[in-house]
Ligand binder design. Sequence first.
Ligand code: IPM
Ligand code: MG
Length: 359
Amino acid sequence: MSRKILVLPGDGIGPEIVGEAVKVLECLRRDHGLDVELEQGLIGGAAYDAAGKPLPEETLKLAKAADAVLLGAVGGPKYDTLDRPLRPERGLLAIRAELELFGNLRPAILYPQLASASALKPDVVAGLDIMIVRELTGGIYFGEPRGIRTLENGERQGYNTLVYRESEIERIGRLAFETARKRGKRLCSVDKANVLEVTELWREVMTRLSSDYPDVELSHMYVDNAAMQLVRAPKQFDVLVTTNMFGDILSDCAAMLTGSIGMLPSASLDKDSRGMYEPIHGSAPDIAGQGVANPLATILSVAMMLRYSLGEPALAERLQAAVGQVLDQGLRTPDIHTPDTRKVGTTEMGDAVVAALRA
Ligand code: IPM
Ligand code: MG
């Protein structure tokens, strides 16, 4: 049966990079027997412009009916002054919550061809292959109460709430243990248990779960130390599991180890592995419309989709190999360009991946 993929380009560079990923999907359909149907929808600022809200009902309906969602990016300066509920980012948070995509997998892999594009010394990052498992539908991003209130003395006070139920910690923990089990069998849980009670509970639940996964070695680290260790000796990690906000921060940090945030895909999964796939970078309004954005993170997100939601691991491998070949050919978008390589734009990079897939 043909599977449905909802494509949500979003804002900024979103339409450009998603356009290249769609070319890849079409090539897989045409030449490699992938049986999928693509639909398009609106999200973020683009949805606000067309329909007055960042996540229209129509988009949510399509997303719920789809087997997987491919998303570009949302947001832009034009929308920063809107009322908070209307901002593009709220559309993204809402679709994650509505689809119950609690498990966010963010791999940071250094392609050997890009070792010199990393800001860190090649020997610190060579061979890097880590996976950040970020909780995505709870924590301070969603905790109530939240807001900005005026105190009795007239001063304003902003407040958010960091909350996790045991069941929320347990389900992300299980996903992380399962993920570690299929890789290097080492899981590091990142918290701030020396200060925050909520992550004291997090640590307790992770420790309890570990008895169900005796083959996985569990360790714990405070988030400040984890940030330091990520840039000091990142190869010590296999899988990291952490809260929504810590994961947001640490995954950007891990991305830069690999040379460019333009290389890193992500998968956001529900309990049945239905998922949304997106690059971890943002909408990059500063370069939008110039045809220079790196489409590889989005194309690699398609590879994750093939693996996690469409049950096509062989095609996922094939697509990842195609990306490797294009890097071998020396093609680089400006974010990963070094003097000895050839600078190309978004379209040329996408076309080269398609050509490698067809070869
Ligand atoms: C991410 C982004 C989002 C987040 C923003 C755009 C809401 O930074 O996916 O990492 O904070 O989750
Ligand atoms: Mg982020």
